[in-house]
Write a protein that binds this ligand. Structure first.
Ligand code: SF4
Ligand code: SF4
Ligand code: SF4
Ligand code: FES
Length: 949
């Protein structure tokens, strides 16, 4: 149902640069050519009554309420579907028009009586509003006119209902599903007044293709489609604009709240990343914040086998600080460290790395981005000069060819996925490079021109083969490459990819991609006027993740695809603030803005600002911390908002390392897997309970604003500040805006960022400084950040993780739309109705060879460990490849993944694990131990429950 305060101009804006002047009710007005009369009138403050039109959707012209008279034209055209013309004289308020509109409205009211009391849409229903505007209170038609009365209400979706008796058949929902979401789950069945809305093949919303994005609910002008929360919680009384805490799209949302409860989320139409759209997670799955599992009291314990003791903040912080000091006194300054979170804000992340560098006195800080996009940072910094994507999301609307590599965009980045599908339906061509047949390979009205279904682990070989075709067939932009890049590196790279051993034919057996298909895809990319590459963790989470990022940058430089809209290299970040956590200096070798800690000038700047001497050498990365914990030299760890025990590879190795620590401090919402090994638990705040900023995949810094009070009383930055002060390193911020001011003072790419500017502009894409005071949507215009782009030779080196007779299949991992990362949030929402377990996808041939049927329990064993999942037999995966998600701790997906990692960054090789799969009838040994430990930890936890959602 419609957002309360939105100024709806009726039809979308025209992008024409030509102007047209007309007269509406005697008032002259000038608007862009192509504007509808309805919108032109609205821009002049003249609201013509309307029902089926809304400015987020193309005009449809079905309700006949917006009729106008145009001098010199016969009849009464609909103003929403009639465009303005120079010299046109339009009348919108004649007696005849009023009578016609009343007649139309009376018909609507005959089908939808205005019994508004108790309706969730009461006070913001467009039908109610329009009936008042045209002066209709009742209908002269017999009540038998109510053709939709008595129709069965569909409450199958956990978040919204469809009540056909309130439907006025305006088709806004159908158009929203088509134009905004690109899912096309809805159709209109029947004709005229008797028409009705049907989901998929006349199924319930839950059983249909609907992905629960809520676009139809927002578009509906009545309560026919309505959030359940409005009926149960009542009307909100305040709205706070904030940013989604889930994925790296970074949708701007209006949180509508009442007291300490969010009633509903409405996507912000002015949101730079989402333009008024959201997905099932951001729009609906925020209930975890009020889940009874939230821990609301700090807790401490001496040993991890002891019961938790609830204590005050003072006691918990003093205990943690005392322990960290004790460990440093006993084992040395470098025996402790900290982990920042890509789920926390920029300000919180900045503060944790400051605590480690200035308070702990070492550089032992790392972030969960280590295990996802660290190769992006390294690869793009070395080739282009900046560790970030090059475009704004809207750039995709100017692409002619999109190459999508290792990113399941409609599941992982749903709002951007919808935008990409819109562009594809307009005619852009698509190349998918992925071991699985992801949704966009073939979906209604979208089909990839080429699906290069490579063997997991052969990305670099595929990219070298594509480059080979582009170079040897003369599809390069030599002038760009020579003019904008280092000539010597260009010549070296060209000679390398031209080698016969990099041809598609030579590599076909390695990659599994037919040479002819690969050649055709390369030609399509190489000949495009505007070609862009979008990629995800299927690129980075490999032993050659960095090589692949460099190979992508090479290809885009060789074809001149930088420095304008519609092109570029675009990493799709997984979590909400992966980009930001990296920008803020979370890696052990870098300060904020990606400046090395060994750079004396940079270090001096921080030393002067922070009033301490800083360590000159890079600190420990996460895997090194685990190794050091196991060898006894690393003893204490402060983990903010990250679940290492579930998200990092080789779980048994991780939990052994965590068990070896003498003081593990976990700051989180729930007793997650890592907290089961902790000595201090500090209850954190969700994105709804804090002020700060997140930075999304397009470098967009967006405001996060407090909607509710944190149940334990403190925002995360306040907890870090208390800990710093207890350790003897003073921090005295009174608001996160002061932390951002410090970031701006110390970080050239953030120099122009301030809360005042964010409030004024809504969001900002860095670099934001004197040269670009309002931010930088497109990077590398005119020249690369590093000056000349640099090509790197990317020799394909097969991973050590090979299939053998013992482990003949390759396991690769990914995510689903309705769950998020380790699932700690989404598992505590109704999203579990769509996905309540991780399953193993296996090809029918491989399943048959092992006697496995759909739904069977199967053991999945690698050289790292073994777990048990249920099988889904599907052709989405190739023979020889199996696939699973990792959203449920008990699935143990990371029990199987190994500790192989990227050569440059240690990003784990999640995407390639050699396994064997066999039919079983009982849990694995690890799962038995997991359950036992889980039960034990639950017994030790007083009020809050441990992570069992
Ligand atoms: S919720 Fe989204 S996907 Fe489902 S029918 Fe509505 S618009 Fe379509
Ligand atoms: S459900 Fe709502 S949006 Fe869809 S046709 Fe009916 S009234 Fe219009
Ligand atoms: S999860 Fe991502 S796509 Fe969905 S609403 Fe949040 S930011 Fe947007
Ligand atoms: S608003 Fe123009 S026909 Fe419905």
């Amino acid at each position: 149902m419609y957002a309360i305060d939105h100024e709806d101009l009726g039809t979308p804006a025209s992008l024409s640069s030509e102007s047209v002047t007309l007269s509406i009710d005697g008032m002259p007005i000038t608007v862009p050519a192509g504007t509808s009369i309805l919108r032109a009138a609205a821009l002049a403050g003249n609201r013509i009554p309307k029902l089926c039109a809304t400015d987020s959707l193309k005009a449809f012209g079905s309700c006949r309420l917006c009729l106008v008279e145009i001098e010199g034209r016969k009849g009464y055209p609909a103003s929403c579907t009639t465009q303005v013309a120079d010299g046109m004289n339009v009348h919108t308020r004649t007696e005849k028009l009023a009578a016609l509109r009343r007649g139309v409205m009376e018909l609507y009211v005959s089908d939808h009586p205005l019994d508004c009391e108790g309706c969730p849409a009461d006070t913001h229903c467009e039908l109610q509003d329009m009936a008042a505007v045209v002066g209709v209170r009742d209908t002269p038609y017999a009540s038998g006119g109510a053709v939709h009365a008595g129709a069965v209400r569909d409450a199958s979706n956990p978040y919204f209902t469809f009540d056909p008796s309130l439907c006025i058949a305006c088709s806004r929902c159908v158009r929203a599903c088509d134009e905004t979401q690109s899912t096309l789950a809805l159709t209109i069945d029947g004709r005229g007044f008797a028409s009705r809305i049907v989901a998929s093949q006349d199924e319930s919303f839950l059983a249909s293709e609907c992905v629960s994005c809520g676009a139809c609910v927002e578009a509906c002008p009545t309560a026919a489609l309505s959030e359940k929360s409005l009926a149960t919680l009542g009307q909100p009384d305040r709205t706070v604009t904030t940013t989604c805490g889930y994925c790296g799209v970074g949708c701007s949302l209006n949180a509508e709240a009442r007291d300490e409860t969010v009633v509903r989320m409405v996507p912000n139409r002015k949101g730079g990343a989402n333009g008024g759209h959201a997905c099932v997670k951001g729009r609906f799955a925020y209930g975890y914040a009020s889940h009874p599992d939230r821990v609301t009291t700090p807790m401490i314990r001496r040993r991890i086998t002891d019961p938790w003791l609830p204590v005050t903040w003072e006691v918990a912080i003093a205990h943690a600080a005392r322990e960290f000091k004790r460990l440093q006194a006993k084992y040395g300054r470098d025996s402790i460290g900290g982990i920042t979170s890509s789920r926390c804000s920029n300000e919180e992340t900045f503060l944790v790395q400051k605590l480690v560098r200035a308070g702990f006195g070492n550089n032992n800080v790392d972030t969960c981005a280590r295990v996802c996009h660290s190769p992006t940072g390294y690869g793009l910094k070395h080739t282009l000069g900046e560790s970030a994507g090059t475009q704004a999301f809207t750039s995709v609307m100017k692409c002619d060819v999109i190459m999508l590599i290792g990113a399941n965009v409609t599941e992982g980045h749903p709002v951007f996925g919808s935008q990409m599908k819109r562009r594809l339906r307009e005619g852009a061509r698509l190349i998918v490079v992925d071991p699985r047949a992801i949704d966009v390979v073939r979906t209604p009205h979208v089909e990839a021109s080429h699906h290069l279904q490579l063997k997991p682990g052969t990305n670099v070989a595929v990219m070298n083969a594509i480059a080979h075709v582009i170079v040897t067939e003369g599809l390069v932009k030599e002038e760009f490459a020579l003019g904008r890049c280092e000539p010597e590196s260009w010549h070296r790279w060209k000679a390398f990819v031209s080698r016969p051993d990099n041809s598609p034919e030579a590599l076909e057996a390695v990659t599994g991609v037919p040479a002819a298909e690969l050649r055709a895809a390369a030609r399509l990319y190489g000949r495009a006027a505007n070609a862009a590459i979008y990629y995800g963790l299927g690129v980075t989470e490999h032993s050659q993740g960095t090589s692949m990022v460099m190979a992508i940058a090479n290809l885009a430089m060789a074809t001149g695809n930088f420095g304008r809209e519609g092109v570029g290299v675009n990493p799709l970040r997984g979590q909400n603030n992966v980009q930001g956590s990296c920008d803020m200096g979370s890696f052990p070798h870098e300060f904020s803005g990606y400046r090395h800690c060994s750079d004396a000038a940079v270090r001096g700047l921080f030393e002067r600002h922070w009033g301490v001497s800083l360590a000159t050498e890079p600190g420990l990365r996460i895997p090194n911390m685990f190794e050091a914990a196991l060898d006894g030299s690393f003893k204490g760890l402060y983990v903010q908002g990250e679940d290492l025990a579930q998200s990092d590879p080789n779980t048994q190795h991780v939990t052994a390392a965590l068990s070896a620590l003498e003081c593990l401090v976990v700051q989180d919402l729930f007793i997650n897997e890592t907290a089961k090994y902790a000595h201090v638990f500090l209850p954190g705040s969700s994105f709804l309970e804090k002020d700060g900023t997140f930075t999304n995949a397009e470098r967009r810094i967006s405001p996060v604003r407090k909607v509710l009070n944190p149940p334990a009383g403190l925002q995360d930055w306040e907890i870090t500040q208390l800990l710093a002060n207890a350790l003897g390193y003073p921090m005295n911020y009174s608001h996160p805006r002061e932390i951002m001011a410090e970031v701006a003072a110390l970080t050239p790419t953030f120099a122009g960022v301030s809360y005042d500017k964010l409030d004024r502009l809504g969001s900002l894409q860095w670099p934001c400084n004197d040269r670009a005071p309002e931010g930088t949507p497109t990077m590398h215009v005119g020249e690369f950040v590093r000056g000349k782009g640099r090509f790197y030779v990317t020799e394909y080196v097969p991973t050590d993780e090979r299939t053998t007779a013992r482990y003949p299949l390759i396991l690769t991992t990914g995510r689903v739309l309705t769950q998020y990362n380790v699932g700690a949030q989404t598992r505590r929402t109704a999203n579990v109705v769509w996905h309540d377990e991780d399953r193993l996808e296996i090809h029918p041939g491989d399943a048959e060879a092992r006697g496995i049927a759909d739904g069977d329990w199967v053991g999945v064993a690698s050289r790292a460990g073994e777990t048990v999942l249920r099988a889904t037999v599907t052709t989405r995966v190739h023979p020889g490849v199996v696939y699973t998600t990792f959203h449920f701790p008990e699935s143990g997906a990371n029990v199987i993944t190994t500790d192989n990692s990227d050569w440059a960054t240690n990003c784990p090789e999640y995407k390639v694990t050699a396994v064997e799969v066999v039919k079983v009838d009982q849990p694995s040994e690890w799962q038995r131990r997991f359950r036992e430990y889980d039960r034990h930890q639950r017994r030790l936890t007083p009020s809050a429950d441990v992570d069992h959602a």
